[in-house]
Design a protein around this ligand. Structure first.
Ligand code: BGC
Length: 417
């Protein structure tokens, strides 16, 4: 059966990247510091990544040739402000060239101002729990928008401010400031920076209430700073949205996590121009807490059940709770089996279509991720990319999934249910 695809004319069809995961040599960032400590939790350092910093022209041309009409990328605070208060005109101009190339190829740039990594000096200054961080972030947002704002299509302030709470619900991280001194990597980072371990609050790892307040204040101050230069620019933040479900006996636990990880962030988004939804799968609670994946379920490279239907559920939740337009700013699958990825995208795009058919205001679908890249603590092993990269030669090779999704984006192919 052919389904009717209610995608509006100006719907954003794109792919996403994040600076640290693709550019290479982000040496002034907190992530670079953590990757190089002997006590690191990173499987390997990011190194040259896929050298997108130098290869952006060819990369952007390739994305456009596949049929996409938008590209989500992040600008790197650690490059733009490598020391507190010192802004690099050369790096701002670098990103200006990147955005110009997007426009030359007809790609609307969806620009993230902060995608996990911060300047190393910010970590030393108390990072994402310090009361000064919102104003420092807002100053950086203002500089970026002053120099680049006329070329930005959609602005995302913070990427996944709620991730630490999602990780904590999986039993990962979540130490209190007092406990950090007993975690080798935080103790080592603190001694390298010459500050107390209780101060170690990188964006992706701090899940304290102070961290919540600082991120929300940074988002609000950042939004105001962006709007001061570009009042009409669409601004929002992007959230990590698992589809939280329960089976008998797991309702209370699921409810609590849904509240902490999803709803309070969605409620805080009210008043923004949009909220970015980033969904990879579902989390199911039973009487004993997190329930294992169903017997025989196909699994991804991260050891999780493959469950593309999660996207539709989280779009509906976001629209219901936040009551503002939604952009899918990430959705994807880590697998070596690209046919699995094509099936995943087919199901996910069907879910978006169902939301649109019900009148939900979804403005775009941006897949994670353009290229196989640096998957944070997991290093280069997980393959989320639509385009394969041979890191020895930096040769790019589009996969079938890139052709399929690009084809849908270009309207060349009508997906079949
Ligand atoms: C992040 C990406 C990451 C992806 C896959 C999201 O949490 O924004 O940076 O690579 O998920 O794990």
């Amino acid at each position: 059966m052919t389904v009717s695809y209610p995608f509006p004319q100006n719907f954003l069809w794109g792919v996403a990247t994040a600076a640290h995961q693709v550019e290479g040599n982000n040496v002034n960032s907190d992530a670079w510091l953590l990757e190089h400590l002997p006590q690191t939790m990173f499987a390997e350092p990011s190194g040259d990544a896929i050298d997108h910093y130098h290869r952006y022209r060819e990369d952007i041309a390739l994305l456009a040739s596949l049929g996409f009409n938008s590209f989500r990328l992040s600008v790197e605070w650690a490059r733009i402000e490598p020391e507190e208060g010192h802004f690099s005109k050369a790096e701002l101009n670098h990103y200006r060239r990147v955005l110009e190339v997007c426009h030359e190829h007809g790609l609307t740039p969806v620009v993230t101002y902060h995608h996990f990594t911060s300047p190393r000096w910010l970590l030393a200054a108390g990072g994402w729990e310090d009361a000064r961080t919102p104003e420092l972030f807002a100053r950086y947002c203002g500089k970026v928008t002053e120099h680049l704002g006329d070329l930005i299509g959609v602005a995302c302030t913070l990427n996944e401010p709620n991730l630490p709470w999602l990780l904590k619900s999986f039993g990962i991280g979540g130490e209190s400031p007092e406990q950090r001194g007993s975690v080798p990597v935080w103790a080592a980072a603190a001694s390298t920076l010459g500050v107390g371990a209780d101060k170690m609050a990188p964006f992706q790892f701090s899940s304290t209430e102070a961290g919540f307040d600082v991120k929300l204040a940074a988002h609000r101050a950042g939004t105001a700073a962006i709007k001061a230069w570009q009042p009409d620019l669409m601004v929002g933040w992007t959230l990590a949205n698992s589809d939280i479900q329960s089976v008998d006996g797991g309702q209370d636990a699921a409810e609590q996590v849904r509240r902490d990880v999803n709803e309070r962030f969605l409620e805080a988004s009210r008043g923004d121009d949009f909220v970015g939804i980033q969904t990879y799968g579902r989390t199911v609670y039973g009487p004993d807490g997190l329930a294992p994946a169903p017997e025989g379920a196909a699994m991804n490279q991260m050891g999780e059940e493959i469950y593309p239907q999660a996207l539709e559920a989280t779009i509906r939740e976001a629209a219901r709770v936040a009551g503002i337009p939604v952009i899918v700013t990430e959705n994807g699958l880590a697998t070596e089996d690209d046919a699995q990825r094509v099936d995943y995208y087919k199901a996910a795009v069907d879910g978006v279509a169902a939301c649109l058919a019900d009148g939900i205001d979804v403005r775009g679908y941006i897949a994670w991720t353009a290229f196989d890249n640096y998957e944070w603590v997991f290093g280069y092993r997980p393959k989320f990319g639509l385009i394969a990269v041979d890191r020895a030669t930096q040769q790019r090779t589009p996969k079938e999934s890139a052709l399929w999704l690009g084809g849908v984006a270009a309207g060349a192919r009508v997906p079949v249910a």
